[in-house]
Design a protein around this ligand. Sequence first.
Ligand code: SF4
Length: 235
Amino acid sequence: MKTPLTAPISEIFCSIQGEGLYMGQRQVFLRFAGCNLACGYCDEPAALDAAAAEPMTPGAAAAAVIKLARAKKAKNVSLTGGEPLLRWEFIKALAPLLRKAGLTLHLETNGVLHRGLAAVKKLVDVVAMDIKLPSSTGGKARWADHRKFLSCVPEKTFIKAVLTSKTSLADVKRAVSLAAAVRPGVPFFLQPATARRGKARAPSAKFVLEAGCLASARLGRVKVLPQQHPLWGVK
Ligand code: SF4
């Protein structure tokens, strides 16, 4: 007998989007467990352990999301993580069910798994793509993967790069150059880390100003925007 398609889902909840271009929008969040990276500033360590999460089928996950969206009057769903694109086959089955219910799909991703993106890009409406600055994450550089990823994102995409006390201006410059070369009109968010963000410390005000100035010199749609949901006291 064929094993049913499932994915480890760590939580499904309704809240207000606290980051990026759709900040302030009511959304249902479907959080996948498991990630291919290990950023030092990760604020979702509970979502990294796929083995501890509940395996759900696309049908069960869609039913739970649609029920919550209707109860809370939400029109948008964020597929978040962990890293959702580790489960691109699951998303291929899930997305049409959510769209059929009239929901708009946002994909929040670390911007590395370009093959997974290629498989689902026509099924999602918005992509919120991270560019992982190695000096921020403490991990290895992902420039080549980010370039391939950005080359195949849908029209409605924005980029986010997290700044910490360890971030180098050279990394910010490289991320900006990448965006300018591949997608010059893309909205680009510099997100200073908040104290709540894992073990990371916030960058200095001087560094944030310098990074913002550097990015604005090359890109037309740059904003400095820290996470808002910790300030609002919501999830
Ligand atoms: S990509 Fe996101 S979920 Fe994965 S370790 Fe980094 S911050 Fe955490």
